[in-house]
Design a protein around this ligand. Structure first.
Ligand code: MF3
Ligand code: CO
Ligand code: CO
Length: 275
């Protein structure tokens, strides 16, 4: 039985397995956090170039987050010591910023989560570095389509959580891409990672009913090859087992009476490449 918990304002909530249902104060908080997150990804566009180190990009994210009056939620999260995740090519997610330098032809995901006045804005986009081969650009395009089809599925009246994964999986597998199963979207709000788990593959008509006031992310990871992943020795970096390219986009959304509000949409229309 799915349990829901009404959150009226900015009171503390626990990670107790309940799905939180937020009111206007929550929507306002998420709007501000999500907008800052999107602005940070917008501002990174000119910096994602061949020759730049991922640590430099992390420094920019940290500074922009602090300048926006927020803190990076990843900093100190379960021992993670960076302000964002940067995942290149066959890295699926949770790539750790380092002195590694971007090179022509790379596809890169940057995932940021500013915590602003107690609310989490979690979003990621793909960036193309220099000249990217068509096969990789197609993967990036289709992965963005998967995210938007998932959001569309969530916005239908009477939608259930399983409708999201079903829509994403159908679209990805039509192109013979692999949908990563080990990492999911998640409830968020006052908490960074909360119930429910939003899986990116599954059956329509299953899972909890989506109710107004639910906040969660959708963040499909789609592989050019097989869906399998493994986590490297560092305990974070997830890569495709077959070393095929992987892409991901993430939005934070809220369920409304009439559909969905996307909190992390780019104010400048830079939601996907080409930028
Ligand atoms: N932002 C990631 C997500 O989408 C989580 C990163 S946690 C970290 O859920 F510790 F790896 F940064
Ligand atoms: Co997330
Ligand atoms: Co994220």
């Amino acid at each position: 039985m799915t349990q829901y918990q009404v959150v009226t304002g900015t009171e503390a909530v626990l990670r107790d397995g309940t799905i939180k249902l937020h009111g206007p104060a929550g929507f306002e908080g998420m709007r501000r956090a999500g907008r800052l997150a999107a602005e940070i990804l917008d501002a990174l566009v000119p910096h994602v170039q061949p020759g730049v180190s991922t640590q430099h990009l992390d420094d920019l994210v940290r500074q922009m987050t602090l300048d926006g009056g927020a803190v990076p939620a990843t900093l100190g999260y379960r021992g993670y010591t960076h302000s964002c995740c940067i995942s290149i090519n066959h890295v699926v997610c949770h790539g750790i910023p380092s002195d590694k330098v971007l090179k022509d032809g790379d596809i890169v995901n940057i995932d940021v989560t500013p915590l602003l006045d107690g609310w989490h804005g979690d979003t990621s986009r793909m960036y193309l570095v220099g000249d990217v081969p068509l096969k990789a650009r197609r993967l990036v395009d289709v992965t963005h389509e998967c995210l938007m089809l998932g959001i569309e599925a969530a916005s239908r009246p009477g939608a259930r959580l399983g409708d999201i994964g079903a829509a994403i999986q159908a679209h990805a597998e039509r192109q013979r891409y692999g949908v990563v199963r080990e990492f999911c979207g998640h409830g968020l709000g006052r908490l960074f990672h909360d119930a429910p788990e939003v899986v990116h593959a599954g059956r329509a008509g299953t899972g909890p009913e989506l109710k107004p006031g639910m906040f969660f992310t959708i963040e499909p990871m789609i592989n050019l090859g097989k869906p399998g992943v493994k986590v490297l020795e560092d305990g974070w970096t997830a890569v495709t087992r077959d070393r095929s390219l992987s892409a991901q986009f993430e939005h934070s959304i809220g369920i409304t009476e009439t559909g969905v509000e996307i909190f992390t949409k780019s104010p400048r229309g830079l939601d996907k490449p080409p930028y």
